[in-house]
Design a protein. Structure first.
Length: 287
């Protein structure tokens, strides 16, 4: 079966796409990306992804062409999904990379984009049956600046944290900022639960401005559950009743162990159920 991809608005056979060795994403990580969850063959939370993408384009000082609009991008993605016969769950990745040659001083600030997608077995969000075992990654600390909140191709902090996880037989790791504050995992936002209240790191502390993080905060508000954005320290995790991680592809992942601390998953199960109900009750989220 042929798999179609989109390169700058043109559908191509995935096997026929080749990027030049001089590509700036390859050479310098000079790129942005968004990963979007597919449900019923359509995108979830597209408007949230579009807003974050715009922030990334501004941060990397890409020149925005007049025809790169939310409406046009939405049409191109839906054409790609229908061409690949997506009817249920999936994952889509949109990558933007700066055009032109040059070293650290680029010759051009226009960008190209590449869209690819693959199927997932689940059409709705399901909580993990086995809790995650995680720990702290202290090898590299993430800087707090305007690049910290976007999803750029420069991802070595997460890659090396992932290497640490594999070497130590961990499911994930918690990353710190330059001040030692806990901010996120290798691929997810962090929520601690204490006495029915949620605590999550401040975006200003350097975590990615997570889409599912925002959605969970909306769902919490609808269910009258308090959420506090705080400078998250290790003491909060060690005193919490529960700990869970969130991202748009996997939804909610509950943690069973952080260091010697063990956790329940009642709140994580509750939010997984309420998350699916929220999506079902708001069809405009599934576009």
């Amino acid at each position: 079966m042929e798999t179609w991809v989109n390169l700058n608005g043109t559908l191509l056979n995935g096997k026929q796409v080749h990027l030049a060795l001089g590509n700036r994403a390859f050479r310098f990580g000079d790129s942005l990306f968004e990963t979007i969850r597919i449900r019923n063959g359509k995108m979830l939370f597209f408007q949230d992804h579009w807003l974050r993408l715009q922030k990334g384009i501004k941060a990397l000082q890409f020149d925005l062409p007049f025809n790169f609009t939310a409406e046009n991008l939405h049409k191109e993605i839906q054409l790609l999904l229908s061409s690949n016969k997506f009817e249920a769950g999936g994952r889509l990745r949109l990558t933007l990379f700066r055009n032109g040659s040059g070293g650290y001083i680029p010759s051009d600030n226009t960008f190209s984009y590449f869209i690819e997608a693959d199927t997932l077995p689940d059409n709705v969000y399901n909580i993990n049956q086995k809790g995650l075992t995680i720990d702290l990654y202290a090898g590299i600390k993430k800087q707090q600046d305007f690049l910290a909140n976007i999803k750029s191709g420069n991802s070595m902090v997460y890659v090396l944290a992932g290497v640490h996880c594999k070497k130590n037989e961990l499911d994930d790791c918690i990353i710190q900022n330059s001040k030692g504050t806990l901010i996120e995992s290798t691929n997810a936002s962090v929520f601690a639960v204490k006495n029915g209240v949620l605590y999550t790191p401040l975006v200003s502390d350097g975590c990615v401005d997570g889409i599912m993080r925002k959605v969970i905060m909306r769902v919490a508000a609808l269910n009258r559950i308090a959420v506090y954005e705080i400078q998250l320290m290790q003491s909060v995790l060690l005193s919490a009743d529960e700990l869970f991680l969130t991202n748009t592809i996997q939804g909610i992942k509950w943690v069973v162990a952080y260091k010697n601390k063990r956790y329940f998953n009642t709140t994580a199960k509750f939010f997984t159920e309420k998350l699916n109900q929220y999506i079902e009750a708001n069809p405009d989220l599934n576009q």
